[in-house]
Design a protein around this ligand. Sequence first.
Ligand code: SF4
Length: 169
Amino acid sequence: MEPYPETRLLITGTEINYLFICPTKLWYFAHGVTMEQESEWVDLGRFLHEQRYANEEKEVQIGSIKIDFIRKGDIIEVHEVKLGKSMDKAHEMQALYYLHYLKRLGITAKAILNYPKLRETKELTLDGREKEVEEAINGVERIKTLPKPPEPVKTGKCKKCAYYELCWV
Ligand code: SF4
């Protein structure tokens, strides 16, 4: 395996996720701009995470990635817990990025997206998806190095976004 540029191992799963939600949001987040959290969703997410998965080894930090929980078996399972599927592309790419990251560290794993409110799960592997992940990493690096945030584009996602006031008020 070729040496891997260290800067690419500093990218977080949240940054990959935000790339697919909104580049403006990614830029603010990556530049340390913090706003009041979307409390209702954060509280609900925390409740589901803590109650539903109480017995799991949670919030596993490996370098720059923080995995919701991990199950060890024949193959390591990387689990992400999400509330709904409206941003499923972002969820998927976040999980694939974790698999890519672990692979760079010599760990083979598969990812499971958990949607407990919907009682659904989705299993993902890196097979055939490496190029997509590489492109996402390039995308995050490009947005992060912009001198100012990309022009906001109003979408249905803005209503629940912590940066709403920065973009639209
Ligand atoms: S309010 Fe909308 S445009 Fe602004 S950062 Fe959030 S999602 Fe992006």
